[in-house]
Design a protein around this ligand. Sequence first.
Ligand code: 13P
Length: 253
Amino acid sequence: MRTHLIVGNWKMHKTAEATVAFIDDFLQSLHATSTEIDIALAPPFTALGAAADRLREHMRVGLAAQDMHWEEQGAFTGAIAPGMLVEFGVSHVIVGHSERRRSFGETDEMVNKKVKAALAHDLTPIVCVGEPLSVRDGGGAQAHIVTQTHAAFAGVPAHRIAHCVIAYEPIWAIGTGKNCDVNEANAAMASIREGVPGASHATMLYGGSVTPQNMREYARQPHVDGALVGGASLDPVSFFDLIRAAHEGFSGQ
Ligand code: 13P
């Protein structure tokens, strides 16, 4: 179901110690405001325990993982199982990020297995889709992301898709400072809502060079429910400013 959600994806940044320092600073700012926006942090696996301890008392900030394996357990050196995340109180898991597709060979089929495993463990998957620049330049962006979304949710009933999070992250916009035009992002997300049963009710995030400066315009778009934020989520002041900007956008300011 559609809710306002901002997720900080820290990627391979921050030790457990740095995570605690961030959370302490961030919560101080957050205490001073009231916003209905759900917030989640996705630190590296090694910092999930420290983050969980720090966030225990703070219902407004949830914990997300950056990835997981789909199996319960087994001979998968280096992998993390869904139950291991649940043990830390993780509520969301990022699945199919383009960096994992590119650097770790993740396929649509693997993404689909992860989505199903997440749902089986009551973890909310944040399913990432997005087109490379070559596809965009060829005019095939919307077809590409609708196909990717279909593949990610193959075999998942529409009423369950409605409870998932879908992040539209054009690959060329990630970490480049070249954020997608807000109207184009909105149109891309509309195409997913129209093209995939259940997605019309899913929470949909934009990701790719989101900053405190451009967040407000995204939040004003009808199909945008929030953001998946990389670089601008690493500093507590910048992340807080971004949430404040989202709050303004969502409330029509
Ligand atoms: P940036 O916000 O650093 O562009 O990263 C976006 C992203 O990949 C979030 O998952």
